[in-house]
Write a protein that binds this ligand. Sequence first.
Ligand code: AKB
Length: 316
Amino acid sequence: MAGRILIIGACGQIGTELTLKLREIHGNDQVIASDIREGAEELMQSGPFEILNATDEPHIKEVVQKYEVKQVYLMAAMLSATAEKAPMKAWDLNMDSLFHILNLAKEGTIDKIFWPSSIAVFGPSTPKDDTPQTTVMEPTTVYGISKQTGERWCEYYFNKFGVDVRSIRYPGIISYKTLPGGGTTDYAIEIFHEAIKNSEYTSFLAEDAALPMMYMDDAIKATVDIMEAPAEKVKVRSSYNLSAISFTPDVLAKEIRKHITDFEIKYEPDFRQKIAESWPSSIDDNAAREDWGWEHEFDLEKMTTTMLEGVGKTLK
Ligand code: AKB
């Protein structure tokens, strides 16, 4: 691979595991991790790390030049629930960081960008089941508005300036190594921690709130696959729908109960329920499957056993 990779937001939930995977593929010294604060020991010790604010354009340029970076994965963002509490801060972080990276590619400093979008780009007027790749998009959250706007800009930079930017609309990502921060889908991780520690969980989403979800390994595989696909196969330059599993808190609780038989769940929906209601229940991802061969591996059963085992180990 010519040139190094920079991950911005490397210490977050997806960033941590993505950095470790890319270091495994390309070599530790080829993948520069950066974040506003230090992260997991494994990440800090396995390769180069820089403290970097995703909105600090001069500093991003400095790091890119220092390590001769050619690819950037921009993983820093404020997620749906947190963004509702700090709308302008979320907008500035989510948009400024994207423009800094798009402009680096436009001026020819870097060759390729990965930028994650989300199911949050959809809204209450979007068809809820098997949401198509191209459909009505009227997001009602700050996070969703920033992701949808970002998608438009990615496509614009591709069409107008030939910027090789690739993106997927992540569903809720489930993992045990690094905790998520401030999302609506976070209940699907908290539930495992509470089930193991206390055999009970109070869900902030209603029992029938169905949302698209995915186990981390599948999300990482999709990210690596779309970045490695030949450019002509990446036909959608806004962002691809991506799907694996879809379930409600009630269905997940029943699956957990197969392993922890006394597990109890209670429901106290808060402001995040309204966000969940505005999002799809399931996603049609045929475009990703046809264009660059996306396939998921983890179903509900496999995800649940992997999470119970993984969370169990981290709590020991
Ligand atoms: C969130 O809940 O905000 C995120 C997402 C679906 O993008 N996990």
